[in-house]
Write a protein that binds this ligand. Structure first.
Ligand SMILES: [Zn+2]
Length: 489
């Protein structure tokens, strides 16, 4: 019952093109700018701070930040002289998220209720030795970094930490959002093709691309689709197999717990596992369908798989038919290309894009482009619509699997959802730019099978050995971080 159009502001911010967003915990590179920002805060209000923390920089932080010593919550818990206690620190963080940066600054250092030096410790920054004896204002730049970093972060919910908490959440939740990325398909041998260090991109060097990601750039595609199709056969879904993690998502569906699987993957493997289309949002599109770049005629993806596998550029059958019909009319275009000319063009790898072609609208059928989202294209509308108008009010658990969450739009999901909804992270390595309540680290296939085992769920998959034994150990210094390792079968 969701026919209300998305408010344009919200949805357009979610419809941003697929771009890498830098980790938001990156501090502004220019310390001077931070000082200025800090001094202006009371007068200018939130906007100055806002622009400061939104400033993205390619520098990996200032010298100042490099020298900062991080204070972990565990240390605050034990107590450090002149530092906030862990309880105080959590109260300050919660207050910041409650009132925003400007008000927070006003009612703390602005009202002289606490020194900037001590407040830094609430956000995990140990006052550096070189500032010893300096006036409190010398700590303002540090505090600005600390506050901005914390504010852009969803605060971790303190009540969820252990593996038992994770299992309990899994068992009790009824409307689970699962966000997935390339990491759930790698056990099937499918390369993380958007990442720059896959073998796939080395194949592209001979094409003379300055940046391998140009393969997925819509303007490059429009100019010369042969570049994309020269590698498309390597990323085309083949067998009907799926990983244990896909099977886990299917299991959540069978248990009536799956609200939506937002996947960044375009391999459409969720379908192989039996996840229903109505439970999936393919955030970057998929090979499931393809559309003509000229007339937008849409077909099922597998109709063009034959051409793709042969290394051909698939053409639109609707355009072709129209051209054939037109050629029968007396006013038909005189310079209609013959089929053999088209074939020649396919093989010429775009070398024949002479001026003539551009000046003269040649009647060729449009190229069929798989409906995966290229850089420079709008994301499927379904993403923002469903997230904002349907899922946001229902979700009771978020599980992020096999993605570093650095690519829009999924990177924005944790921040868009109500902050009291618990979030679990499953991946090989933890991320620092987003706070999850529980981090379950390791091979995601292993993690999900162990979760099912502990939940008492019957979960079988050919890639999970029958008596598999998994050891779960706590990562030192992080109450809510757990490492999963197979120790025997
Ligand atoms: Zn067409």
């Amino acid at each position: 019952m969701d026919l209300v159009p998305a408010p344009t502001g919200k949805s357009s911010s979610l419809k941003s093109p697929v771009v890498e967003v830098e980790a938001v915990d990156m501090a502004p590179a220019d310390t001077k700018e931070t000082i200025t920002t800090m001094e202006n805060t009371a007068a200018v209000g939130n906007e100055a701070m806002q622009s400061e923390y939104e400033t993205d920089s390619d520098d990996s932080g200032s010298d100042l930040e490099a020298e900062l010593e991080v204070l972990h919550d565990e240390e605050l818990r034990c107590g450090i002289p002149d530092a906030c206690s862990l309880d105080e620190a959590i109260a300050f963080r919660n207050r910041l998220h409650e009132v925003g940066k400007a008000v927070f600054v006003q009612e703390t250092i602005g009202a002289d209720t606490i020194t900037a030096k001590k407040l830094c410790t609430a956000f995990g920054i140990l006052p550096p030795d070189f500032l010893d004896g300096a006036p409190d204002s010398a700590y303002h730049p540090l505090l600005a970094i600390a506050i901005s970093r914390e504010f852009s972060r969803r605060p971790k919910l303190p009540q969820y930490n252990s593996i038992e908490d994770a299992v309990k959440l899994l068992k009790e939740s009824k409307k689970i959002i699962v966000i997935t990325g390339a990491g759930i398909s790698t056990s099937l041998g499918i390369p993380d093709f958007r990442s720059k260090d896959t073998g796939l991109y080395s194949k592209l060097e001979h094409l003379g691309l300055s940046d391998p990601q140009e393969v997925f750039d819509i303007s490059v595609f429009r100019e010369d689709p042969s570049i994309f199709f020269s590698i498309a056969k390597d990323i085309l879904p083949t067998e009907k197999k799926y990983s244990p993690t896909h099977g886990f998502i299917r299991l959540l569906q069978d248990k009536g717990k799956l609200l939506t699987n937002y996947t960044q993957n375009i391999d459409n493997i969720e379908a192989n596992a039996g996840v229903l289309p109505e439970n999936i949002v393919q955030c970057h599109g998929s090979f499931a369908t393809a559309s003509c770049v000229k007339c937008e005629h849409k077909v099922m993806g597998d109709e063009i798989f034959g051409d793709i596998r042969k290394g051909l550029i698939p053409e639109c059958s609707s355009c072709r038919k129209k051209l054939e019909d037109d050629s029968l009319k007396p006013q038909g275009m005189k310079r209609k290309r013959s089929t053999s000319a088209t074939q020649k063009r396919r093989k010429a790898d775009g070398e024949d894009s002479s001026d003539d072609d551009e000046d003269y609208e040649l009647p060729t059928p449009g190229v069929m482009k798989p409906d995966i989202t290229f850089f420079g294209e709008d994301l499927p509308d379904e993403f923002g619509r469903r997230l904002i108008h349907q899922d946001r009010d229902q979700v009771d658990l978020v599980i992020v699997i096999g993605t570093s969450l650095k690519v829009a739009p999924v990177a924005e999901v944790p921040g868009v959802l109500p902050r009291n909804v618990p979030q679990i992270y499953i991946s090989r390595t933890p991320v620092s730019h987003t706070s999850f309540d529980i981090d379950l680290l390791g091979d995601c296939d292993v993690v999900v099978s162990e979760l099912c085992r502990r939940a008492g769920w019957d979960f079988q998959h050919e890639m999970i050995p029958a008596g598999e034994k998994v050891e779960v150990s706590n990562v030192e210094g992080y109450e809510s971080r757990h490492m999963f390792k197979v120790v025997g079968a």
